[in-house]
Design a protein around this ligand. Structure first.
Ligand code: FAD
Length: 394
């Protein structure tokens, strides 16, 4: 007998886990297909994949997707004004609240005192469990940080079928309608609706393999560098990172420890202990000039991107000098990106549906423009909206 699901969801990150949870909680039969494995929460860093390009792109392939290594930052995007109720719901479920003073270390406090422009970062963290160890991007060792596996567990408790290590190759269509998917190991799954949420790099590739043309352009990644210098005993490396942020036109600043700074110090002949490093991340709204191709990604820095990075770098250096960092020691990492998005934006209508009936997209690939800010909450809110639309229709 053919098993026919109401919905097949591809990918269990911010977008996919949300849709799977919402639809199964409303009694729909849902199949969630995840390409990666389940990894223990504190060891999510084992699932990192780094995509080489002039601006390297970082993501994780595992149950829960890239949320498992997030810093927990959960901010509303300005472009999503109409999503108020979905944001409110997500913030409640993800226990979003500004970092309390009790969880700010001395390095963060010194920066906070130096400028009134800092805002306290809202985070999806249960601060009663958080040991403010600074390990968020490795996977939370205290299970204090929200990640999408929480939604996956909820979906499964409502009867959602979950297959991990089942990467989807293509969408199966019939008469202009999506009717299922085929996995790389040759299995086919049938559904009345298919929701792609494999992230901004893999969703366009699934579409390419399904016969879609002109997919994968317009890639942005919220390019970032970390600027840092020597301040004896700063100890930012052992604090909760990115506890503050400062929004500027075109970029954002946030206190950040990066081990990638260490080799940059070495190039200057400076030997540094990680505990003596104070850094600030500069994250820009990069131009959507990148592209996802079947075998590689193309992503560089445009002139405007370079200008923004430079402006942010200057401001970060001034702030660091102001709190006692030796200006002669200031260095910067090479540019990277951790928020790939925008690669399928032109393919969907306002209901997140593609030209194929019953084929939807619900991940970072349909964020309409670079936010230069953490996108996770926005993806969850948008996925809640899609779920609502699907439930109204199904
Ligand atoms: C180090 C780091 C820190 C970050 N910190 C923050 C933060 O603090 N706040 C914030 O808002 N954002 C943060 N981000 C970004 C955020 O995690 C992502 O923007 C968000 O998770 C993207 O959601 P998504 O659903 O598009 O993709 P993902 O969450 O990446 O989910 C995609 C899922 O699809 C799966 N998949 C891929 N291909 C296939 C396939 N063919 N078949 C089946 N499954 C497949 C993947 O394994 C994954 O589970 C961070 C990113 C990084 C790398």
């Amino acid at each position: 007998m053919i098993n026919l699901f109401d919905f097949i969801v591809v990918g269990s990150g911010a977008g996919g886990a949300t849709v799977a949870k919402e639809l199964s909680a409303a009694g729909r039969s849902v199949l969630l297909l995840e390409g990666g494995k389940e990894v223990p929460q504190g060891r999510a860093s084992s699932a990192y994949t780094v995509l080489p390009a002039d601006v390297e792109v970082w993501q994780t392939v595992c149950l829960g997707g890239t949320t498992t290594v997030s810093m927990g930052n959960a901010v509303r995007a300005k472009i999503d004004g109409a999503l108020e109720r979905f944001y409110a719901e997500a913030e409640k479920e993800m226990a979003v609240r500004p970092v309390p003073e009790s969880h700010m270390g001395s390095a963060t406090r010194s920066l906070l005192l130096a400028s009134k422009d800092w805002k306290v970062m809202p985070k999806a963290i249960d601060f009663s469990k958080c040991k403010h160890c600074g390990h968020c991007p490795l996977g939370c060792p205290s299970a204090a940080k929200w990640d999408a596996t929480a939604y996956v567990r909820e979906a499964v408790s409502h009867g959602c079928s979950l297959y991990t290590e089942t990467p989807v190759k293509r969408v199966i269509t019939q008469g202009g309608r999506a009717v299922g998917v085929e996995s790389f190991n040759g299995r086919t799954f049938n559904g009345r609706g298919v929701i792609l949420a494999a992230g901004a790099v893999e969703t366009p590739r699934i579409l390419m393999r399904s016969g879609f043309e002109s997919v994968g352009k317009g890639l942005f990644v919220d390019t970032f560098v970390t600027v840092g210098g020597v301040k004896k005993g700063a100890r930012l490396n052992a604090e909760l990172g990115m506890a503050l942020y400062m929004k500027r036109r075109g970029y954002m600043l946030s206190p950040h420890y990066s081990s990638f700074l260490v080799p940059q110090f070495a190039k200057k002949g400076i030997k540094i202990q990680p505990s003596d490093l104070l850094g600030i991340m500069v994250k820009i709204e990069d131009e959507p000039t990148g592209e996802v191709r079947p075998e590689k990604i193309i992503k560089g820095l445009s002139h405007k991107d370079l200008e923004l990075v430079e402006r942010g770098r200057r401001e970060a250096s001034e702030i660091l000098n102001g709190v006692g960092v030796d200006p002669e020691t200031i260095v910067s990492t090479y540019p990277r990106g951790a928020h790939p998005g925008g690669t399928c934006t032109p393919l969907v209508d306002r209901s997140f549906e593609t030209d194929f009936e019953s084929l939807y997209i619900s991940d970072a690939s349909i964020i309409p423009k670079p936010l230069g800010m953490p996108p996770m909450l926005s993806i969850v809110a948008r996925s809640k909206k899609l779920s609502k639309l699907l439930l109204g229709r199904a």
